[in-house]
Write a protein that binds this ligand. Sequence first.
Ligand SMILES: Cc1cc2nc3c(=O)[nH]c(=O)nc-3n(C[C@H](O)[C@H](O)[C@H](O)COP(=O)(O)O)c2cc1C
Length: 369
Amino acid sequence: MSILFSPLDLGPVRAPNRIAIAPMCQYSANDGCASDWHLQQVMNYAMSGAGVVTLEATGVTREGRISHGCLGLYSDECEYALARVLQAARAVAMPDTKFSIQLGHAGRKGSTHKNWDGGGSLLTHESAWRTCAPSSLPYAANWHVPAAMDEAEIERTIDAFGRAAARAARIGFDMVELHAAHGYLIHQFHSPISNKRTDAWGGDPQGRLRFPLAVAEAVRAATPTHMAVGARITGTDYIEGGLTVEDAVDMARGFKTRGLDYVCVSSGNIIAGGRPASGPGFNVPNAAKVRAEAGIVTRTAGFIADAHQAEAIVSEGGVDQVALARAFLDDPRWGWHAAEKLGVTLPLPKQYNRVAPKAWPGVKIARPS
Ligand SMILES: Cc1cc2nc3c(=O)[nH]c(=O)nc-3n(C[C@H](O)[C@H](O)[C@H](O)COP(=O)(O)O)c2cc1C
């Protein structure tokens, strides 16, 4: 029996299996609005066999986006465009597929070029915008120097998270995920590397957790009880003096007491180059520790690509759910092929009844391992 293909409760939401598609920026939005690119991609993922499909990091304000091509959820236009995508994806989705959206704010990592244009800060003539952060420290040399947020801007930003979550609820998402990792604003407040404040929003671990927990409260308050709320968190900054897995446990405990249903443990990127070369399932040990010590449903991601590897992580790795990014980019039917490898029968759409290799019994079709 496959654990990977067994259901998982994320608070009020039952996912049909333990496979999530990790959020992946597509740099293909128009002023924050989802485009036809998103339509085809999310429709594809809806039929991928993943139990949870997570849409990319979505800015809760216009300035909270990473690049000009990033999704946003700060206007009625953004809301309508995403509603169209979700409605179409649900129409073709495999049974019980759940849809989630990652809400974030880029902070000092905003106003950058699209990834395929090389990343890095936009120049003034490229419609760069003002960036903000807990402290006025750039992400790297030659990046924008962010403005240190004052009390009013902090409160406005917390409020924006709540308003974006309310829009996600209105659109009909099943879940919302806070982006508290990868060096973006919530992580910037949490990490002592980027938060040098001496007021109540910084200083000791409790002060550095204040903003992340306030955002969690605002988002939970803005979402109905039938929706799950979770967060992608940092298992380690990989830097002397940075966040460690103990900080991740504290954050997960804090989120749990604010009503969050799960955490997804990732790592790194609080500074440029802030993630060493890593191997298969590199975040699993930290995720297992967070799950054991915080007692919250825990997902992890990072170099998970093989069905048997994913099965082992959820059956013996001490983690409840896996999120895969590049494996689904490569193969939007990853869930079907994983099921095949693990001897699980999925209710595939009838239109695909004659798909190989079933159409040619006995003929072995090579699939990427
Ligand atoms: C194209 C691309 C875009 C990404 N965008 C996001 C994002 O929007 N939010 C996020 O938390 N992680 C993002 N990531 C990181 C992935 O979600 C994932 O954690 C990482 O790629 C490691 O998983 P993998 O080895 O399965 O690819 C992105 C990764 C890729 C490849």
